[in-house]
Design a protein around this ligand. Structure first.
Ligand code: HEM
Length: 75
């Protein structure tokens, strides 16, 4: 599997994990503060992974253009 499609798949599945952690936070709203505080930071890890993999996915088409431009002789 190509590196970029691996990152895209990872981004897709981590987005599911992120969504689950957000839903958990809403479900815990009526629980005690200690539980809510534990859950509050849970979405940050998948969100950080989404940010870096998303930034890579965002840059992919620009990187492809830059690479193809660089390989054209005399350009
Ligand atoms: C945190 C910053 C994020 C950035 C910078 C980002 C960026 C991107 C980019 C550039 C793409 C590719 C779009 C394309 O190829 O047209 C993408 C796809 C996607 N993003 Fe994100 N994203 C972020 C967060 C999220 C979050 C929070 C979710 C959902 C909870 C999410 C779900 C998805 C999904 C499902 C796709 C489609 C993946 C596929 O091709 O199967 N992303 N994202």
């Amino acid at each position: 599997m190509k590196w970029s499609s691996w990152i895209r798949q990872a981004h897709r599945w981590v987005s599911v994990a992120f969504t689950v952690t957000v839903i958990l936070n809403f479900a815990a709203l009526k629980m005690d503060e200690a539980t809510r505080m534990k859950l509050a930071f849970l979405p940050l890890l998948p969100l950080a992974l989404l940010f870096f993999s998303g930034a890579y996915l965002f840059l992919l088409p620009y990187l492809a253009k830059w690479r193809s431009g660089r390989n054209v002789e005399g350009a």
